[in-house]
Design a protein around this ligand. Structure first.
Ligand SMILES: [Zn+2]
Length: 337
């Protein structure tokens, strides 16, 4: 269990002991936050016939765990536990049929007697029809049933769903370890080969770095070296495209294929704007001379990117390609009217 999940684990464990757990639970956390591990721990605990209690070393509180050895645990571990259902899909969306499968599952009597559990990872993939089907179940929960949903983006769930669930949001803490990681990430970005960035863009990249990694939603690039390297290259391509109209092809393929691409684009543009406001007068004059893109245009760019990102996220791969092409054209029109 990642340290950032422990607070929620303690809370859930307490509610489990007090038998006050909600029948529908949403766990929200950014990618890399360990929300899936937390969800699986909870489900294993609910399923287990002889849960264990152990002392939490730092907080002197009792944390419950599945025993791992009872009949239910053994069946769960071999994916043969009959009273648990994983509602996942290979598709980009979770459709109404998937949710109906869940509803039918809850209507049947439990095989092993205790509880029935459903796990819906990446719940933001539910279509509106699927969400409405789930809503019916949430309004009239079957006795002894638990539905656990995880999501990166709770705002994309229907408010009516959220209001019927207990919500647990995993928030990373700013600890000494994270700060150390931030400074080492910045150091390695600053020491990036000079030939990777064109001299024209050196200052922009430099200023961007100071602010680029202070946002905690960048956890994936902070904890995974490969993702960090991809982010570095991506940032350079975005800057080359915005300021010089270069790297269009690279940017297109990264935005279509890299799952972080759209978020990075949003953050990079936000940072470009922030940089404009954070710079002192002298720096601003230098930046303006170099970029020739006024803050108002950057703002317009940011708005265009946010609104198209929302759309693109809901598209299939084929449509995504077209939508990203459209987005790059829009960017081009805004910065080079
Ligand atoms: Zn057990």
């Amino acid at each position: 269990m990642l340290p950032i999940c422990r607070e929620k684990q303690r809370q859930l464990s307490r509610q489990f002991q007090q038998k006050s757990l909600a029948h529908a639970i949403i766990i929200q956390g950014i990618e890399g936050s360990g929300k899936g591990v937390l969800a699986q721990w909870l489900i294993a605990l609910l399923i287990c016939q002889q849960p264990l209690a152990s002392q939490d070393s730092s907080e002197s509180e009792t944390i419950n765990h599945a025993c791992g050895q009872c009949k239910a645990c053994l069946l769960r571990k071999s994916n043969n536990y009959p009273d648990h259902l994983l509602l996942d899909s290979d598709n980009k969306t979770l459709g109404v049929d998937d949710i109906r499968r869940g509803n039918a599952f809850l209507e049947k009597t439990a095989h092993l007697g205790k509880v029935k559990t459903i796990y819906i990872p990446q719940a933001q993939r539910m279509t509106v029809a699927a969400a409405n089907a789930l809503l019916k179940t949430l309004e009239e929960p079957s006795p002894n049933s638990y539905i656990v949903l995880t999501t990166e983006d709770i705002e994309s769930l229907l408010p009516t769903i959220i209001s019927r669930c207990a919500v647990y949001i995993i928030r990373p803490k700013i600890g000494a370890a994270l700060l150390a990681q931030l400074s080492s990430s910045n150091a390695s970005l600053t020491s990036m080969d000079n030939d990777v960035r064109s001299p024209d863009n050196a200052m922009i990249t430099e200023t961007l770095n100071e602010h680029a990694f202070v946002n905690l939603s960048h956890l994936a690039e902070l904890t995974d070296e490969d993702v960090f390297q991809q982010c570095k290259v991506f940032t350079q391509h975005v800057i080359n495209y915005i300021y010089n109209g270069q790297n269009e092809g690279e940017l297109l393929s990264q935005l279509v294929d890299n799952k972080h691409g759209l978020r990075w684009l949003e953050k990079i543009t936000a940072n470009l704007m922030r940089q404009h406001y954070l710079a002192n007068q002298e720096q601003q004059a230098a930046l303006n001379a170099q970029r020739k893109i006024p803050a108002a245009v950057l703002n317009q760019l940011y708005q265009a990117i946010i609104s198209s990102n929302k759309l693109i996220k809901s598209y299939s791969q084929t449509n995504r390609q077209l939508a990203v092409e459209q987005l790059l054209m829009t960017i081009d029109c805004i910065v080079r009217p």
